[in-house]
Every structure is written in C-alpha cells, then in structure tokens.
Design a protein around this ligand. Structure first.
Ligand code: AVJ
Length: 323
C-alpha cells in the first residue's frame, strides 16, 4: 500500500485489525464531513443484500441494463469487431458478460478483474468451460488502483467492459481519471462498453434508493454491522437510520447513515463523536445526461461512438472508442 501523509489518531491496540481498512475508515470518520467508501458495503452479507436490491421493483438499473444488453449485444459485438480481448472491471457474478461473449466474433481472451478471489475463480472456470478456445485470464485486484494485466496478443483488440453504472460511485474527477487509466490499458485501437445510469424524474430516483421493503436501508446499515465485526466498533444500529436523496445540483443520489442521537462510538479503539442528526456519507451514485457523459468520455480519452438506451430512456450502455 502507498503511504498516506495524513496522520491518524493514536491508538492503544490496533494489531487485530486489518491496517488498510482501519486507516481508510478512521480517515473517513475523523474528517469534517464523515464519509465511508462504498466498497465497504460488499462483505458477504452486503453482497447478498445488493443482489436482493437488484430484484426490487423500485430498483430499475440492473434489469434495465440487462434488457439493453440483450437487445443490442449483437450490435455491440459487431462494433467491437473480431479478435477482441475483453477486460471486465468488477466481474462479480459475471452474468452480463455472457451476452457479449455469445455474440463476439472469435474473441481471443476474457480478463475478469475483481477483488473477490473466490467468486473470480469460480466465474473464470465457468467461462473457460462455456467458451472453449477462449483464453480466460482472471486478475484479482482492486480496479480503482492502477493494474498490471496479463500479456495479451498484440493482434487482439482490447475492449473494456464496465457495466452496472458502477462508474456512478466515482466523483466526476475520479471517474475521468479511471477512464483515462482504462484508455491507457486498451490502447489507441481500443474501446469501452460502459453502463451509465441517466438523469430522470427525481421521484423515480428517490424510490430506487428508498424501497418500500427496506432492503436498501438494510444494505446501508450493514456497513455498521461490518465495522462492528471487522474493527471492533460499537455502533448501535437502533440509533442510526438510512437516508437517501437526490442532490440535483451535483446530479447524484447521496446515501447517508444518520445518528438520531448525540453519542460517542468506538471504532478500532478511537472515539468518534456524533451530534444528533449528524450523518456519515456512505455513497454517491452519479446520474448522467449527455453533456456530462460527453465531458467524462473526453476527459478520459474516449469519444462516444454509440449510445444504446431503453424504451423509458433511463439507462445507457455506451460504446466508447479511444481517441
Ligand atoms: C452498484 C454502485 C451501481 O449506485 O445504484 C444500490 C449501488 N446503492 N442501492 C448504485 C447501490 C444503493 C449501486 N451501484
């Protein structure tokens, strides 16, 4: 890990905690505006809750993106061309990529990148069996950090696949920096297939992150359960509540955990003070319109070649070409 200049509060005993997680969490909770990184959501329970979110009637992104991919995967595959090396950032359960692999002409390699090693190896093995002749080269890594990828045939055209509107978790400057790194990886002949959630009626957005069944609330609060386990934290879940709203000026959904009372919580042997009503900002989910997406593509060294959308204009699967 790279070192960080910012100093953390001194502690009596932190040996038992994962140092990287402790550093990240304490840096977030001791800053003026308390924040935590969305990647912390995805422990085993969190990943299962996210899968439940994807099934909710209010949560449209997953099924909308799948419908776009199902309808346009042949066109996307044709645009990508022959002999593609497909690099998937955050391959997860690896369902969506099959729609592409089924249509690509003689793909040479599939490179799934994911932090979850067990799931990564399972998906890699499955795909290798389903697509004989396809080289499957799994990379276990956090794709938000610079990556080194396996050597790919110089004849292969590199195409990045980043579905799920996960790009929405990045602030615009981080998103541009991420695309720029992808652009470097795919090279001047490369391309990118990017899933992007669009700006839309704020009520639709609000409902997608405030579902009636309370699954999104459970997903958000699970972060505190995780920290209680991994960092010996003392969060009382009865004193925090899920808050999610659309911030129109910033064009993003914000998720927060609000402390309903004034209190102190210990996290990895450090006392964190909350005022009543104070929140921890746990996630941003940026929503794009065309000018915003164009600006992002351009800043990352791509241009928008084709935008595929759904009947309601709620989501995009964008085909970007390297500039
Ligand atoms: C996985 C980042 C695309 O922002 O919609 C779902 C995560 N958070 N409900 C999103 C999420 C709350 C999701 N992404």
């Amino acid at each position: 890990m790279t070192s960080n200049a910012q100093r953390l509060p001194a502690t009596s005993d932190n040996q038992q905690y994962d140092a990287q997680e402790r550093d990240l969490v304490l840096r977030g909770l001791t800053s003026d505006v308390k924040t935590l990184l969305p990647s912390l959501f995805y422990d085993t329970a969190g990943a299962a809750l996210f899968e439940q979110i994807c099934e909710l009637p209010e949560y449209y992104p997953t099924r909308t993106e799948l419908s776009i991919l199902a309808e346009h995967s042949a066109a996307l595959a044709a645009a990508a061309g022959e002999s593609v090396a497909l690099i998937e950032y955050g391959s997860g359960a690896g369902i969506k990529v099959r729609l592409l692999l089924d249509h690509l002409e003689r793909p040479v390699a599939y490179v799934p990148v994911d932090v979850s090693q067990a799931q990564l190896l399972r998906v890699a093995e499955e795909r290798a069996m389903q697509y004989p002749g396809l080289q499957v080269l799994p990379v276990c890594a956090d794709y938000t950090q610079p990556l080194s990828l396996p050597k790919l045939s110089p004849a292969a055209r590199r195409v990045a696949f980043f579905p799920g509107s996960t790009i929405g978790n990045f602030h615009p400057t981080e998103a541009a920096a991420f695309l720029h790194r992808v652009r470097h990886t795919v090279g001047p002949q490369g391309g990118m297939i990017l899933g992007v959630d669009r700006r839309k009626d704020p009520q639709v957005l609000h409902d997608a992150y405030n579902d009636a069944a309370g699954v999104t609330a459970a997903f958000n609060l699970n972060l505190l359960t995780r920290l209680n386990r991994t960092l010996g934290a003392t969060f009382d879940l009865g004193t925090f509540r899920h808050v999610a709203f659309f911030n129109d000026a910033a064009s993003r959904i914000e998720m927060h955990l609000e402390s309903t009372i004034a209190q102190q919580v210990r996290v990895a042997d450090v006392d964190i003070t909350f005022e009543a009503g104070e929140t921890i900002h746990t996630e941003c989910s940026y929503k794009y319109d065309e000018p915003r997406l164009e600006a992002l593509a351009e800043a990352g060294g791509f241009r928008i070649a084709t935008l595929y959308t759904d009947a309601r204009d709620w989501f995009w699967v964008a085909w970007l070409r390297a500039v």
